[in-house]
Design a protein around this ligand. Sequence first.
Ligand SMILES: [Ca+2]
Ligand SMILES: [Ca+2]
Ligand SMILES: [Ca+2]
Length: 161
Amino acid sequence: MYCKSNFVFYLTLSSFSSRCSCIFTHFLLFCVTETTCPDGWTKLCSSCYFLSTERGSWTTGREDCRTRGADLVVIDSIEEQTFLSGLSNKNTWIGLTDRDKEGTWKWVDGTPLTVTYWASNQPDNKNGEDCVEILSDQSSKWNDISCEDSRQWICEKPAQP
Ligand SMILES: [Ca+2]
Ligand SMILES: [Ca+2]
Ligand SMILES: [Ca+2]
């Protein structure tokens, strides 16, 4: 679950035993217990994000994320896209690929691609590009490049209560 800013209110109510961080008021009202991220990770709503210092292939990045109990970032809201654009000033891997079937983009968690933020004229599959980077110089829009290129990467995992 992520937070849509239109529907989110931050509040602290003394009557609540734990502090509520995300309240959805769009037909539903429920409470999410305050969650935290490990040192070195940045929090947005219910997820934690890690920007690598190392560079490597898309697969190297994914394996590193998995050893950290995470996976490459899956972007499913404008809030998350905007947040990530402020996280790195380098081109970075995200968890999107069409390696299995050319032109069929899939996130690493298996979800199909719905909301997209491609840079203009992308994806172009130039010389067989199957992995996706965020472009630091184009409002963090996306570009497909060779999975063997060397980039930093962003991992995502759920924040813990
Ligand atoms: Ca996400
Ligand atoms: Ca491709
Ligand atoms: Ca491209």
